[in-house]
Design a binder for this molecule. Structure first.
Ligand code: GRF
Length: 219
């Protein structure tokens, strides 16, 4: 790892926080050159906030004021990010859609993880839909966030096989385990300066990523 100072992360969550925990471990164990400088939840009761507080992180609930007043949430979140001097916004199970002006103001500095092989299955209930369509493969995607839902430039995908007998729960658990590997990996690339955002595209190691990098987990 280089001698750069750690990349300061803001992590937005809405629920369980297992990706936040995976990221927190990767930072604490210095597997990646980043630190969680701020955690924001739109739900005060989110279990992920408890994890963040146990770890002594700057963790704030900014209750969702309703879609019509989204700007109030975004103003408060942006103020918290500025106060914490964060450099990258990591959406980790954050279940709200950020406005185009907010996303534009942080262009190239917001990542998301989505539990499907995007562009397949944007939106909710991905595991259920994958089983219903009898897909043979499934996985998760880390991508930059743009104004279009689940559709920004893709960086890294995990791939697993769908097994005969898989249920929504078994599939979700296997995909989630891969998320905990690939999200810290991408943030590590960003911290090392390997992953960049240029003119609306993701670049890795000096070349544009026309397709995401793929990591197989049960080849
Ligand atoms: C993950 O499956 C993530 O891909 C999706 O929401 C879920 C969040 O889980 N965006 P957790 O809160 O990180 O445990």
């Amino acid at each position: 790892m280089s001698a750069r100072s750690p990349l300061r992360l803001a992590v937005f969550i809405s629920g369980r926080g297992s990706n936040l925990a995976a990221l927190g471990h990767a930072c604490r164990e210095r597997r990646i050159g980043a630190e969680v400088a701020l955690v924001v939840s739109d739900r005060p009761e989110a279990p992920g906030l408890l994890i963040a507080r146990e770890w002594g992180l700057d963790a704030r609930a900014i209750p969702w004021p309703g879609a019509a007043r989204r700007a109030e949430f975004e103003q408060a979140a942006a103020a918290a990010m500025a106060a914490a001097d964060t450099q990258l916004l990591v959406l980790a199970g954050f279940m709200r859609i950020l406005s185009e002006p907010f996303v534009a103001a942080h262009a190239g500095a917001i990542l998301n993880i989505h539990p499907s092989l995007l562009p397949l299955y944007p939106g909710l209930h991905t595991h259920r839909r994958v089983l219903a369509a009898r897909e043979r493969e499934h996985g998760a995607t880390v991508h930059f966030v743009t104004g279009e839902l689940d559709n920004g430039p893709r960086v890294l995908q995990s791939k697993i096989r769908v097994r005969p007998g898989d249920t929504e729960a078994s599939l979700a658990a296997r995909v989630l385990a891969t998320e905990h590997v690939i999200y810290p990996r991408v943030i590590g690339w960003r911290a090392e300066g390997r992953l960049q955002w240029r003119a609306g595209a993701a670049w890795l190691d000096g070349a544009p990523l026309t397709e995401p990098v793929v990591e197989r987990f049960d080849a």
